[in-house]
Design a protein around this ligand. Structure first.
Ligand SMILES: NC(=O)c1ccc[n+]([C@@H]2O[C@H](COP(=O)([O-])OP(=O)(O)OC[C@H]3O[C@@H](n4cnc5c(N)ncnc54)[C@H](OP(=O)(O)O)[C@@H]3O)[C@@H](O)[C@H]2O)c1
Length: 434
């Protein structure tokens, strides 16, 4: 799958990153109050105190992002929870949308069904959907990880995010990070991986053992989900066609795409129509795409169109929970019935789903060199608003990562050591009691 070429592309992107981060510094100083970077936390006592985080207290544009050191540390409060010291986080389009209030009604219901009438119950809200870091504390029933383990995870949108010193997740959501990646590289993968796997496996019906004879079209192949999906599908042996801008062709070919169509060229649809029909389409673009994409699928052979761009959250935001969900469900059913009746093609929506065991499998593929991180830009924790701005400018080529901890690795080690000593002490005390 041309891993050397992909590696070269990725390294090139890393060089570009540094430039993006540098060039945004000037803009940043003019537009946002930059938080004073200090050594975050200096003792394990912070486990029970406050932590640094970027929060929002209201929905809006980038100006609502606020750095604070007064957020209570999210301690382990159930036997299945794992507390992680965040080393790196990454941003997804969902973060900029959520900053503006996207999905607020449904996510609030998911977070706290009893307080849905309380208009401010979700604030202060921490964004950031990916984490790579180190386990610092575990609930009593956690068996898969222990303090000191390096882990990665996608943080569900209904939970407090990873743009903070610590995040607490359930054991099921957490997986051991690939050994071959730095935290910065690792943070670029979990959310897009869980989304792509959910869409391709649950909705698209693909899996490692059934993809070798499948033709898959990925629209929007140059972004976060696309660059991951290309590599996953190539690792599974599928034939992958990608649509992207002309200047992303080198990147997606480097990641293994077999055929690339420049969607900005006037004849892109004609080019796609001349190709053999597809078994699965993963649509990362939405909008008008679904109108022409359905005709590119093999008729009456179980082919599936899966779009990640769905109106569910927009509908619940604008129409309210019940009407919004009804409207979305009705629209999905109508399209599904129409397509299955007319061409025998399945029309489906894909959604992110938390899945630590799936990340375990991705971790193996990464360590085997079959999936590379595609980090387009990286920012220090002081420049989270600039990272959001980068994302909002669009034209992603892989992922934008935030380095949350870079000066305090020694402190993290002390923290882990302290947590270990505490649990060893508890074990000794328990043994003495017996
Ligand atoms: N349903 C879910 O649970 C879920 C989960 C994750 C993501 N999503 C959604 O899925 C979509 C993709 O996510 P992502 O993280 O990959 O986004 P992303 O990183 O922003 O990537 C989008 C990519 O699409 C390209 N693009 C834009 N218009 C295009 C077109 N007409 N044809 C082909 N390529 C086009 C962009 O580059 P150029 O503009 O330079 O061409 C960019 O590289 C987003 O809309 C996101 O909100 C949904």
């Amino acid at each position: 799958m041309g891993s050397v070429r992909a590696m070269a592309s990725t390294r090139l992107l890393c060089l570009l990153n540094a430039r993006v981060a540098d060039s945004t510094k000037t803009l940043a100083r003019a537009c946002w109050s930059v938080c004073p970077r200090r050594h975050i936390g200096s003792s394990p006592s912070r486990l029970h105190g406050c932590m640094s985080a970027w929060v929002i207290d209201q929905y809006g544009t980038n100006g609502v992002l606020k750095y604070t050191e007064e957020v209570p540390v999210p301690t382990v409060s159930s036997p299945s929870e794992v507390m992680i010291k965040v080393h790196a986080a990454s941003l997804n389009p969902l973060d900029t949308s959520m900053r503006g209030g996207y999905g607020a009604k449904l996510l609030k219901l998911r977070r706290d069904p009893m307080s849905v009438m309380d208009s401010d119950s979700e604030f202060p809200l921490i964004l950031g959907r990916d984490v790579s870091g180190v386990v610092v504390d575990c609930g009593s029933e956690v068996t898969h990880v222990v303090p000191g383990d390096e882990v990665w995870a996608a943080v569900p949108p209904w939970k407090q995010g990873s743009l903070a010193e610590f995040v607490t997740l359930t054991e099921y959501e957490v997986s051991h990070k690939p050994k071959s990646l730095s935290h910065t590289e690792a943070a670029s993968i979990p959310y897009v991986a869980n989304t792509a796997l959910s869409a391709l496996v649950n909705a698209g019906g693909l899996c490692r053992d059934s993809s070798s004879n499948k033709r898959v079209l990925i629209t929007g192949g140059s972004g976060g989900v696309g660059t991951f999906s290309i590599q996953l599908l190539k690792a599974w042996g599928a034939h992958v066609t990608v649509t992207c801008s002309q200047n992303a062709e080198g990147l997606v070919r480097g990641l293994g795409a077999d055929e690339v169509v420049d969607y900005t060229a006037g004849d892109s649809l004609e080019q796609l129509e001349m190709m053999e029909r597809f078994d699965v389409i993963l649509d990362n673009v939405g909008g008008e795409t679904e109108q022409w994409a359905m005709g590119l699928l093999k008729p009456w052979s179980g082919a599936k169109y899966v779009t990640l761009v769905t109106p569910l959250l927009l509908n619940t935001d604008s129409l309210g929970l019940l009407d919004g969900m009804f409207q979305a469900g009705f629209s999905l059913q109508c399209k599904a019935i129409q397509n299955i009746m007319s061409t025998g093609v399945f029309y489906r929506w894909g959604f992110y789903a938390p899945d630590g065991p799936a990340l375990d499998e991705v971790s193996k593929l990464v360590d085997a060199g079959k999936i590379l991180p595609v980090v387009e830009a990286q920012f220090p924790f002081t420049q989270v608003p600039q990272a959001f701005q980068k994302l909002e400018n669009g034209h992603a080529r892989g992922k934008t990562v935030v380095r949350v901890a870079e000066e305090d690795d020694k402190w993290a080690e002390e923290l882990v050591q302290s947590a270990r000593s505490e649990s060893e002490q508890e074990v000794r005390e328990a043994a003495n009691l017996n």
